[in-house]
Design a protein around this ligand. Structure first.
Ligand code: GDP
Ligand code: CA
Length: 322
């Protein structure tokens, strides 16, 4: 029977991993539960960066080197908006990408839930997976920082913290605003319950996977699922491979090490954990926390290397099951 795999994914790390997973197990039935905590309203449009990164990457439309946005992009709309003095100028939306957000916003305005809109967008992109937003309800990750204009602290949208401020100022807290009232999107809990394997790709543990787990019912569903749950570390050699995950880990009191991230998820949630070969020393520590652990190469340098990572994760899941 077709293997049913559920993956909780953020943007670039999740999308690149999924491409390797599809190559490793082309016949598998893959459901992706995508993070929507990074979503932002810009110029009256609803932008879903992580869903789009997965959709474009698996659908062949991604800007490869950048890892997000469309290939062959132009920026006429952005330039025209800037000429009107309309920002923000720090968020790079290209013309092709704008079309996606226009279609999405139009459909949402007509009353379709985000899950139905995502399905419609995927009809064009044919990502080869079922892509579900974690929730149809609005959840927006905010970051609490020192107020640059005053004594106190202020909350800024995650994109402002990440893209405009480059996470250069300390984060005191990460708040998924709206998560408590959000419901999992249709199919999310059902997919988790029916899965043969659940994978956490090397996505950001706090603002990608952590946000998905913050939707009431999702963490519980993963923890109580019959399927083995295996994660791959986004932290290699005590630093994120890409981006500033160390900054948001610090905000939740977690060290930037492969072992600390495994303990942060905990044995109540994950059964297996892969660390990179440079972190082989972490294996004993992770196993002493009750999580089966292996060290294997975890750099997604190309699809073949990523497919090997995915195969190792599935092998570890089989080991846990046995
Ligand atoms: P985002 O939403 O675009 O930030 O993407 P994700 O949350 O899905 O993934 C971000 C994480 O991917 C970062 O913390 C990186 O450390 C991790 N990452 C990126 N490339 C690699 C890689 O080649 N190997 C591993 N192990 N992690 C990676
Ligand atoms: Ca993201």
């Amino acid at each position: 029977m077709q293997q049913r795999i559920v993956v909780l994914a953020g943007g670039i790390g999740g999308a690149r991993f999924l491409r390797g997973l599809k190559s490793a197990v082309p016949d598998a039935d893959i459901t992706v539960i995508g993070n929507t905590g990074d979503d932002i309203h810009l110029f009256g449009l609803k932008v879903c960066p992580d869903l789009d990164t997965v959709m474009y990457t698996l659908g062949g439309g991604i800007h490869e080197e950048q890892g997000w946005g469309r290939a062959g992009e132009s920026f006429a709309v952005k330039e025209e908006l800037a000429a009107y003095g309309v920002g923000p100028e720090w968020f790079g939306l290209g013309d092709r990408d704008f079309a996606t957000h226009i279609v999405r916003t139009q459909m949402l305005g007509a009353g379709y839930p985000l899950s139905a809109v995502t399905e419609a967008l995927c009809r064009r992109w044919q990502p080869g997976v079922r892509l579900l937003p974690m929730s149809d309800d609005r959840v927006e990750t905010h970051v609490l920082i020192d107020d640059p204009d005053g004594e106190g602290r202020k909350a800024v949208h995650f994109q402002e913290y990440w893209v405009r401020l480059h996470a250069a100022t300390p984060a005191h807290a990460i708040v998924p605003v709206g998560a408590e009232e959000a419901k999992p999107a249709p199919g999310v809990l059902e997919a988790i319950a029916a899965a043969d394997v659940i994978l956490f790709p090397p996505s950001n543990p706090v603002v990608s996977v952590g946000t998905i787990l913050a939707v009431p019912g999702v963490r519980e569903a993963v923890a109580s699922a019959a399927a083995p749950v295996v994660g791959l570390s986004p932290i290699v050699g005590n630093a994120p491979v890409r981006g500033m995950a160390d900054k948001v880990l610090e905000a939740v009191g977690v060290e930037s090490t492969a072992a600390a991230v495994a303990r942060h998820y905990g044995s109540g949630l994950i059964d297996g954990w892969l660390v990179d070969t440079v972190d082989a020393d972490a294996v004993a520590e992770v196993e002493s926390a009750g999580i089966r652990c292996r060290s294997v190469p975890l750099m997604m340098t190309d699809v073949e290397a990523t497919a090997r990572m995915a195969a190792q994760a599935l092998a570890l899941a089989e080991e846990v099951r046995a």
